[in-house]
Design a binder for this molecule. Structure first.
Ligand code: OGA
Ligand code: NI
Length: 331
């Protein structure tokens, strides 16, 4: 076994072998296909999702326009430890500085985990309504995917829904991965190592992630000793399982390890929606997957606590961030 830090030394799969499945949500087979993809990959793409192309195009336009603003204008809504919503250009994943810029926003009211409100740029009156409509569309799609995954685990489709009501704590992240280092020459970050990847390998903390990527590519998923490309597919969303799904499924659906390669030739944009349970939700393996021969593998997790501890790792080098393995019950 290679240790976690050696994961990036595994080779790329090349494009001759198995590919991440593309599933049509309009097809009757989609529930079973989603279950298979969650077991085998923790990653798939969906078409036939019902999110209008016109909305997606407006989201791309707004995203590009935002990142093209002068940095001092973006930094007016820079996120802080007290308020994580807004712009950030020095993201840390695994305690290295990533070469990217982000803008994060969440649900409509005051965020129930942080007690903080979204902060919006004021360069374009359409930006906020476009992004809010998109967030709500992603939440709707995510609920459908959650229901399919629940069915695949042998509980009723709606079994997990109460853990997302009255309000999920999901959020959207606009990611901009430039070829050039946006922080080049800045003394305040000169002491930090710059990552040799766009995003270091990681799992997403929540239930599942629905991601829109442009046509540049660079997202990869780790599976059994190889890194597989998640290629851009027209009008598709990329879906992956997160840590909470791994716990609910009692390891049947592993949270997928993924990364983004450093951009060499063109800038890249991507837009994940991290679908997360409500504040205070308690997460434990589902009754349908806990059996005498396979008892629960995890202690109960308080979602708000897990989320706050994970986010701490985004701000400074406090050592290892909280990982799902810390909640594993020793055999
Ligand atoms: C993330 C992530 C992938 C991408 O932001 O957690 O994995 O393609 N992004 O940008
Ligand atoms: Ni991710």
């Amino acid at each position: 076994m290679k240790s976690d830090d050696d994961l990036d030394k595994w080779p790329a799969a090349g494009d001759t072998i198995a590919a991440i499945p593309v599933i049509d949500l309009g097809s009757r087979a989609s529930v079973r296909q989603i279950a298979d993809a969650c077991r085998e990959w923790g990653f798939f793409q969906v078409i036939g999702h019902g999110i209008p192309r016109t909305l997606v195009e407006k989201v791309w336009q707004s995203t590009r326009a935002f990142f093209a603003l002068p940095v001092d204008q973006k930094e007016r809504i820079i996120r802080t430890r007290e308020n994580p919503w807004g712009y950030y250009n020095n993201e840390l994943t695994k305690n290295q500085r990533d070469k990217k810029e982000v803008f994060d926003y969440t649900s409509g009211g005051v965020d129930p985990v942080y007690g903080a409100k979204n902060r919006w740029p004021d360069f374009d009156a359409d930006f906020r309504p476009t992004m809010e409509a998109y967030r709500d569309a992603c939440a709707g799609l995510s609920l459908r995917l959650l229901e399919a995954m629940s069915e695949g685990l042998g509980v009723d489709a709606g079994f997990l829904n109460p853990l997302f009501e009255p309000e999920h704590t999901g959020f959207i992240r606009l990611n901009y991965y430039p070829v050039a280092d946006p922080m080049e020459g800045r003394e305040d970050v000169a002491h930090l190592d710059i990552a040799d990847l766009g995003v270091h390998h990681h799992t997403d903390a929540g239930a599942l992630t629905v991601l829109l990527q442009d046509n540049v590519g660079g997202l990869q998923v780790y599976n059994d000793g190889l890194w597989y490309d998640v290629p851009p597919v027209d009008d598709a969303f990329v879906v992956n399982t997160g840590d909470m799904m791994q716990v609910w499924s009692n390891d049947r659906y592993q949270a997928a390890i993924h990364r983004v390669l450093a951009m060499e030739n063109s800038d890249r944009y991507s837009i994940p929606f991290f679908y997360n349970p409500r504040a205070g939700a308690k997460i434990r393996p589902l009754p349908s997957v806990v059996t005498a021969s396979r008892p629960a593998l995890y202690r109960e997790i308080d979602w708000s606590q897990f989320r706050s501890q994970r986010t701490e790792g985004d701000y400074a080098d406090y050592g290892a961030e909280v990982q799902i393995a810390q909640f594993r019950i020793d055999p």
